[in-house]
Design a protein around this ligand. Structure first.
Ligand SMILES: N[C@@H](CCC(=O)N[C@@H](CS)C(=O)NCC(=O)O)C(=O)O
Length: 438
């Protein structure tokens, strides 16, 4: 099927303006009229060509020195004319190159998505609506706890809506704790979900931040991590502008249901010049973060809910780890424990099939742990981030910490080398070592 991606670079759009200045020209751009991340087109030549093309169209200002008129002052008329001619030819070549590479990539992406998304229909997404800004503050709920450090450098007022032992919530917490961000926790009842009724997005974790005079809602653990890390990396950055870079794309799925997705959730929206990291380093971190969500996390449920008794033991551990006796009434607690264990035992069987987990799910868990520790060994450093953890370490640690008190994790410790890295991570997170890097 013929397919292509059209790229519009909008003049004078907010995102267009902040792109080169704050985000190193890397990330936000309008794709098919939607704000989208250009960074996931992992082709620097195309990116550069597009930037040059955009600059030549005066679509947005660029900080690249070669576009400045100052050097022209010292040239003869002939030299200037020759330069002008050369520039025009170069520009034509660049535009053609950009269009050529763009068409190739667009064709490839279009073909790939047409294969993957057969019969999926995109819904017109209105990018003028800032869905992440809440018009009304959420109702007040009793905080399960309030995490405070005197050395918080974020200056943000953060509320985390979570299940204590959900792997995605554990991941968000590992990040907040490691960087010493102060936050309040609202524990959501996983069956009644009363604490999430105010939100259109129904999953957890969700973070709500009082930012200047606005209330910002960030959905999805990876977006929480990416957006807040981008903010921490450059305290002058504006969280609202950062959030503009994570648009929610809506589409109708093959089963007719409406779905929403934030496709660039693993991308960091900061100025590369200010953050001293190589492109390879950033790409590797992103790859492992994706692996934590796409592979590692799927090994958990079939393991911890393998049999009815293991499922019940897991929920009893959740009861302790989540401090449920203090938070929920007795009937609510028992409803969640027994009903939850029964439902998850049934669901885990389906998940096992869907994610091609081995007949003995422990094997898949060990494979995942071994894959990670092999990656560490290859790198030859204590953490994937080197001497200190990076966002990939935090993601993998967060996900695994969800099952820390379960028999499955005790088995993984006994049968793989995951334990020593996990314990070092736990120490770094508990001691909020990330604050030292800010
Ligand atoms: N991609 C999301 C996934 C979040 C997710 O699936 N959370 C589960 C809990 S582990 C959830 O809220 N499910 C809906 C429900 O419980 O009704 C993220 O990374 O935050």
């Amino acid at each position: 099927m013929a397919s292509h991606v059209k790229l519009f670079i909008r003049p004078s759009s907010t995102v267009g303006r902040i792109t080169p200045a704050i985000f190193g020209g890397q990330n936000c751009i309008h794709l098919n009229g939607r704000v989208a991340s250009l960074a996931y087109i992992n082709n620097y030549r195309l990116l550069h060509s597009l930037k040059v093309y955009a600059a030549s169209q005066n679509s947005f200002s660029t900080t690249t020195a070669s576009y400045g008129p100052v050097a022209d002052k010292y040239k003869s008329k002939e030299e200037k004319e020759a330069d002008e001619k050369k520039k025009k030819t170069n520009k034509k070549h660049l535009i053609l190159k950009a269009l050529g590479v763009g068409a190739l990539i667009g064709g490839a992406l279009g073909y790939q998505s047409s294969q993957a998304n057969k019969n999926r229909a995109q819904i017109a997404n209105d990018d003028t609506v800032k869905e992440y800004i809440l018009t009304e503050k959420p109702p007040e709920f009793q905080f399960a706890r309030s995490i405070r450090t005197d050395t918080d450098k974020s200056g943000l007022k953060v509320t985390l809506y979570q299940y204590q032992t959900c792997p995605f919530c554990c991941k968000a917490r590992a990040f907040l704790d490691y960087f010493g961000i102060n936050y309040d926790v609202v524990e959501v009842n996983s069956v009644l979900r009363t604490q999430m009724k105010w939100s259109k997005y129904k999953k957890v974790p969700v973070v709500v931040i009082e930012y200047k005079d606005k209330t910002i809602q960030i959905n999805d653990s990876s977006v929480i991590v990416s957006a807040l890390f981008s903010q921490l990396a450059d305290p002058e950055a504006n969280l609202e502008q950062i959030m503009d870079c994570y648009p929610t794309i809506r589409y109708v799925d093959t089963d007719g249901s409406e779905k929403a997705d934030i496709q660039n959730r693993y991308f960091l929206m900061y100025n590369e010049a200010k953050v001293n990291r190589t492109k390879e380093d950033i790409v590797e971190e992103r790859r492992w973060r994706r692996w934590a969500d796409d592979t590692l996390v799927h090994t958990l449920s079939p393991n911890v809910y393998q049999t009815p008794s293991e499922a019940l033991a897991t929920f009893q551990w959740f009861d302790t780890a989540g401090n449920w006796p203090a938070l929920f009434s007795t009937w609510e607690r028992y409803l969640v424990i027994y009903f939850g264990a029964a439902v998850m035992w049934l669901i885990a069987k389906r998940l096992k099939k869907r994610h091609s987990i081995k007949e003995d799910p422990r094997e898949s868990l060990y494979d995942a742990c071994n894959h990670w520790t092999k990656g560490l060994k290859k790198k030859g450093t204590k953490f994937m981030g080197g001497d200190t953890p990076n966002l990939a370490d935090l993601a993998v640690f967060g996900v695994l910490s969800a099952i820390e008190g379960c028999e499955a994790f005790a088995d993984a410790r006994r049968n793989t080398a995951i334990g020593s890295w996990f314990d070092s991570m736990k120490e770094s997170v508990n001691k909020r070592r990330g604050q030292l890097d800010l």
